[in-house]
Structures are given as C-alpha cells and as structure tokens.
Design a protein around this ligand. Sequence first.
Ligand code: DQA
Length: 143
Amino acid sequence: MRALVLNGPNLGRLGSREPEIYGSASHDELANRCAQWGEELGLQVEVRQSDDEAELISWLHAAADSQTPVLLNPAAFTHYSYALRDACAALRAPLVEVHLSNPAAREEFRRTSVISGVASGTIAGFGLDSYRLGLLALAAMAG
Ligand code: DQA
C-alpha cells in the first residue's frame, strides 16, 4: 500500500534549523528513516517537502483522488491555513498529523491547530519518532 509523507515550510532545513527544538537529523535522513519504517509496516512511503502552500494543496488533492493515506507535518501552516485544512477535509483515506516538537508546550500561537479537527489523529513531541508512530497508526488504520 502507498502512503505519502508531506512536510510543510522550513522542514527542508531540518538539521540546521533550531536543532535544540527539531533535532539534528536532516530532511534526507528523515525521508530515509520514513521509507525504512514504511517498508517494515508494508507501506510504500513517498516523502515530499514544500514551502509552498499551493503545492502542498495540489499534493493533497491528488492524494484525495487516489485515496492515498497521508502523514502530514503542516509546520507553521498548522496554525492558520484554512486552505490546507479544507484540502485535508476532502481526503478519503486516513490522515495523521505529526509534529517533531510538542506545539502545545510552546508559544501560545502554536497551541491552535486548524488541521487537528479534520485529521484521524495527531502525534507530537517525539522528534523523528513522531513519524515512526504516525506511520504505525496509518498502517493500522489503512490496513
Ligand atoms: C512543527 C511545529 C510548528 O509549530 C512549526 O511551525 C514547525 C514544525 C513541528 O514539527 O514541531 O515548523 O510542525
């Protein structure tokens, strides 16, 4: 079964971006780990990253059309993008929202997710392991 991992703005800078919050692994390392975890779960995982809201939305539209399960880290769009939320609401397979950090324990503006209400569930605060746990949840739901 196919699964998409979509990463939003600034996540391409993982490794050098605020490593004390987001860890030292690069986006390439994250992508490799996700592919490996996916394989163990019987998921053929494709990882993509974009800083562009329109591109993320077009990937979500394609995932809706193909009924592909999605693991999404919306990054800063989590907190204000109704356009991303509407695209997520139209998905027809499970959606897991993931975060490396725990936004609920950070600045006030991060405590709101406009995505959570249309996700099957959310996993946050476990660094790269958030993705491993998210893929596990996705495989359980999709299977
Ligand atoms: C993040 C948390 C967001 O608040 C932030 O804007 C990000 C990353 C996370 O993975 O912890 O870019 O989604």
